[in-house]
Design a protein around this ligand. Sequence first.
Ligand SMILES: Nc1ncnc2c1ncn2[C@@H]1O[C@H](COP(=O)(O)OP(=O)(O)OP(=O)(O)O)[C@@H](O)[C@H]1O
Ligand SMILES: [Mg+2]
Length: 440
Amino acid sequence: MTETAGEKILLVEDDPSVRTTIVTFLEMEGFEVEAYSNTHDAIERLAHGGCRLVISDIYIDDRTGIDILQAAKKQDADCAVILMTARGTMETVMAATRGGSFDYLAKPFELDTLLEAVKRAIAARTPDDDEVEAEDLPESEMIGSSSGMVEIYKTVSRVAPTDATVVILGETGTGKELIARMIHRNSDRAQFPFVPVDCGAIPPTLLESELFGAMRGAFTGADRDRIGVFEAANRGTVFLDEIGDIDAAFQVKLLRFLQEREVRPVGSPRAKVVDVRVVVATNRDLQKMVEEGKFREDLWHRLNVVRLALPPLRERRVDVPLLAHYFLNKYNARYSRHVKMTDSGLRELNNFTWPGNVRQLQHLIERLTILAPNDRIDAESVQDAIAAMDTKSGGETLAETEMDQIRRVLAATGGNKSRAAQVLGIERKTLYRKLERMKI
Ligand SMILES: Nc1ncnc2c1ncn2[C@@H]1O[C@H](COP(=O)(O)OP(=O)(O)OP(=O)(O)O)[C@@H](O)[C@H]1O
Ligand SMILES: [Mg+2]
């Protein structure tokens, strides 16, 4: 899934209890929320720019959520605006749609519904990030010059401009999603949405309505028409991640979609033609799943038009120093550090087997950038960092060092707990527990 931690959200809501509830919930989910109780302050804030995601009530004071929408779009046409109201009418929905609002939620709603809308808004936005990121990342974000990666680039450059379905295979953390985005960005569909869907994370029963949409009342809980991902991504690319996880029933539906290119929302009598390119990925052995009868052979043939198999990092060691330096520069800039890599540190990185591939290397370098003693990454600090990542939850005997590390990482990430947990290589829940114990 898209990384959403630390994403900034501007919230406008006059009802203090609703405001507090939403702020608390979104912060727990790792977002940074700036909340306003009136349109005046919010519009003034929007005039300064830099807002990429806005959630606003509609009826607030002398001005409304539609004014917020206009102000948000004026500062950044690509800003996603989610409007919510207990008093929706045809007129407000029309005005919201005309003004380019991303979603419209009827109050009361489940907080998970809001979260879903937020995630969808982030996913649908053009992947051009804020300035800090852009400066960090010059020409290419795909690092690697090994022959294995160059072969991948060649195939990508040939296949990207076509509409061909692509299967991306590779172990966890090898860059499958990054490749899927590159394919999209280098196609004629680049200015249309790229929508990733983690098929493994969505319950099989919901996958159909998620992708094809659902009519109001199609099932319990469907309190409004929901547009499916395939339709929302029209003219763009849909990235079906963890495709090996879909069940037999959905395999049939997906096959039919790939043959007919039509979606029929759950509960709807009518089908609509959509124009989307499909890219799928999995870290499972699909071929073997086909042989074992766990994955339909006809679907496999439909998907397997072009296949990209990303090599694991241990099979392209020449990329390790390139990636290490790339991530070091990135995190030095992000955390205002001047950490340097030593030869012994690099040698140590090269000796490691990288079961988690590029993602693991990336997290390790981020951690080292924040925690490296004397601003140097040497063999010892690499060994320590690898050991800390392996044990996951961290040893209780090292409580003191651990507390110190947690404080430093939290400071570096500006107090963002989701990010900090990632850097520390522990689960967010574990971090919360530790913080409670430390009384932070
Ligand atoms: N060649 C690369 N150059 C730069 N960054 C990379 C490269 N490959 C992967 N990454 C980074 O590593 C992280 C993991 O990559 P990605 O999410 O694409 O992996 P994945 O194969 O989809 O993993 P999973 O199977 O766990 O979903 C991302 O932050 C990505 O930006
Ligand atoms: Mg992935």
